[in-house]
Design a protein around this ligand. Structure first.
Ligand code: GLN
Length: 211
């Protein structure tokens, strides 16, 4: 199995390292052809405005939308979460509107550039996730199909999943946390091989998207 990491800008090397740590081949994605044959895709942290420009310049917008529509998992961290959000508070145009949420960029303000927190994430089980937040966004609104995976103590939403799309406000790849990547690898394996005899079809919940 090969999982791509969008490698235009930002913290992509750490995601490649984390994939390596769980025995999954990570592939740098810089142009549409790099998506061929991948089982999943990770959008790293960085600067979403820069990523927006580079996604457009390299012609990656529609190819990534199509990749996600195929049902393969797409995982965004921090700026990657902003890139995936259907709505950006303040009225910026969405970039790859795959996740039915409203995101607020830089939600913790200038006085709090970065912080760390331990979060309970039930779907991952076990010990809390040590989460690193860097000029992080939060999720202000979730659509009906969106599962909340983690909240801060004050209730603010910092990790979500909607079908094959997973997003976190924080950077698991900067804290030696591998369980989100394992979750994505499991989703990718299920997408590649939906399982004979389970009665599942390849994309049972795939929804058609207006373009
Ligand atoms: N503040 C950045 C943005 O708005 C995200 C920061 C990050 O990815 N660590 O794009």
């Amino acid at each position: 199995m090969r999982i791509g990491v969008l490698a235009l800008q930002g913290a992509f090397r750490e995601h490649l390292d984390t994939l390596g740590a769980i025995g999954v081949e990570g592939v740098r994605v810089r142009e549409p052809a790099d998506l061929d044959g991948l089982s999943g895709l990770i959008l790293p942290g960085g600067e979403s405005t820069t990523m927006r420009g580079l996604i457009e310049r390299w012609g990656l917008r529609q190819p990534i939308m199509d990749f996600a529509d195929s049902g393969a998992p797409v995982f965004g961290t921090c700026a990657g979460m902003i890139v995936l959000s259907r709505e950006i508070a303040g009225g910026e145009e969405p970039i790859l509107p795959l996740l039915d949420v409203t995101v607020e960029r830089n939600a913790f303000g200038r006085q709090l550039e970065s912080f760390e927190a331990d979060l309970d994430v039930d779907v991952l089980g076990g010990t809390p996730v040590h989460a690193v937040f860097i000029r992080a966004p939060i999720i202000e609104r979730t659509g009906l199909g969106v599962d909340v995976l983690a909240r801060l103590d004050d209730g603010r939403i910092v990790a979500v999943r909607e079908r094959n799309i997973v997003a976190t406000s924080f950077h698991p790849e900067l804290a030696g946390e591998t369980r989100f990547h394992r979750l994505v690898a499991t989703m990718a394996a299920e997408h590649d091989d939906p399982g004979e005899g389970s009665g599942r079809r390849p994309h049972p919940t795939r929804r058609t998207r207006a373009r």
